[in-house]
Design a protein around this ligand. Structure first.
Ligand code: PLP
Length: 426
């Protein structure tokens, strides 16, 4: 591109500042190309992507199979709305339900919409199947949850920044501490009209807060015993990210789809998004069996773009890539290697105190206060050293590369991370 036409990073950032709402605080790097585990900035500098768009790009940037499916479908038929049938939705619905082992799917676009859909489905089931009196249904959620940004979802967030001056809020939610099975047991025993329990198998936004291995299974069993729907938000943790197809599989030894493993807790309602399209297109889904999903009748819920032919074609390709390229096994193997290398370093580190996570969803805790800018400064230095990551909560940095990474690349990244951290030691 001729120099004259090329806009500098600074100019592009200024455009966003001037014309865009300031609802994000991006790391100052302007990307214009991605391939596999790499992204490039406008000056041609290459980086390892260690965020993967919050785990949407599990299959790697611009995966040729996924892009191919998208381009093909875009040239054929893009949108019919659900007023008519299209020839891609039915085959996708069969594919995705068999892939995850449910009777039915309700297709949406973004993660937050799928969470909203799950909440509506849970409430409707509570009134029409469980027999709770209208307007009385309660859904249990966890402290420090992140489920998206709609008014109802932020109603049960405890992130003041996400809530302040956005009220009034939606009623009907009870908050309990995360990873506290006694708290769940107690609220189920003492509260009336409980319809569901909505939970992240690992709290990604909260800082990759990883619960004990049996938390999901015990929570599911308690829900079962109380006729309460166990709703898993796997938007960030699902689709191979944590070294199993779903993170509700826990830390079992099975290397594929873990239905028969001891720690596996089949959700009554499963929420997927992000990597369901490999980051190519907004595709989300709510999965459940007939006894639950059949409470939704024509006209009661919908979305103009939900289940459109491009989304259907892209999602099939994205899930096929997960199997064809063994992303579950790769995430599991590289995750163990990553944590063991970082743990080795942390033994003697004065700047990093902890690494935690499962598969390739990990975080390190920086030895400074949540209010400090140390983690941000480390991310700036990582950027300068060719690796992009971002703090989640003040002093926590999430590390979530695309799952198509190989061992050599991962070791290269470990070396960049450790070298960078060492420069911050006192
Ligand atoms: C990203 C995310 C969401 C929201 O998805 P959007 O597509 O941003 O609306 C919900 N839940 C979890 C766990 C997420 O990580």
């Amino acid at each position: 591109m001729p120099i004259i036409e090329k806009i500098s990073s600074e100019a592009i950032i200024n455009l966003e500042n001037k014309y865009g709402a300031h609802n994000y605080h991006p790391l100052p790097v302007v990307l214009n190309r991605g391939e596999g585990v790499y992204v490039w900035d406008v000056d041609g500098k290459k980086y390892y992507d260690f965020l993967s768009a919050y785990s949407a790009v599990n299959q790697g940037h611009c995966h040729p199979k996924i892009v191919g499916a998208m381009v093909n479908q875009a040239q054929t038929l893009t949108l019919t709305s659900r007023a008519f049938y299209n020839d891609k939705l039915g085959p996708y619905e069969e594919f995705v339900t068999k892939f995850f082992g449910f009777d039915k799917v309700l297709p949406m676009n973004t993660g937050a919409e799928a969470v909203e859909t799950a909440l509506k489905l849970c409430r409707k089931w509570a009134y029409e199947v469980k027999g709770i009196a209208e307007h009385e249904a309660q859904i249990i959620v966890c402290e420090n949850n992140f489920h998206g940004r709609t008014t109802t979802i932020i109603s049960f967030s405890n992130d003041e920044n996400a809530r302040k001056n956005f009220g009034p809020f939606t009623a009907g939610f009870i908050k309990i501490p995360y990873n506290d099975i006694d708290a769940l047991e107690k609220v189920l025993a003492t509260s009336k009209n409980i319809a569901g329990f909505l939970v992240e198998p690992i709290q990604g936004e909260a800082g990759v807060y990883t619960p004990s291995d049996d938390y999901m299974m015990k929570a599911k069993n308690l829900c079962n015993a109380n006729n309460v729907l166990f709703i898993a938000d796997e938007i960030q943790t699902g689709i191979a990210r944590t070294g199993s197809l779903l993170a509700v599989c826990g830390n079992c030894s099975c290397e594929n789809k873990c239905e028969r493993q001891e720690t596996y807790a089949t959700p009554d309602i499963l929420i997927l998004g992000k990597a369901l399209s490999g980051g190519a297109y907004p595709v989300s889904a709510v999965l459940a069996n007939d006894a639950i999903m059949n409470v939704i009748k024509p006209g009661q819920h919908g979305s103009t773009f939900g289940g459109n032919p491009i989304a259907a074609a892209v999602a099939i390709a994205a899930l096929e890539v997960v199997d064809e390229e063994n992303l579950i096994q790769n995430a599991r193997f590289l995750g163990k290697l990553f944590r063991s290398k970082l743990n080795e370093y942390i033994q003697t580190s004065s700047i990093a105190t902890l690494v935690r996570g499962r598969g390739l969803l990990n975080a390190i805790v920086i030895n400074d206060t949540e209010e400090s800018d140390t983690a941000w400064n480390i991310c700036m230095a990582l950027r300068d050293n060719g690796l992009l990551a971002k703090p989640t909560h003040g002093n926590i940095i999430r590390f979530a590369p695309p799952l198509v990474m190989n061992e050599e690349q991962l070791l290269d990244c470990v070396s960049i991370i450790i070298t960078t951290l060492k420069a911050f030691e006192k």
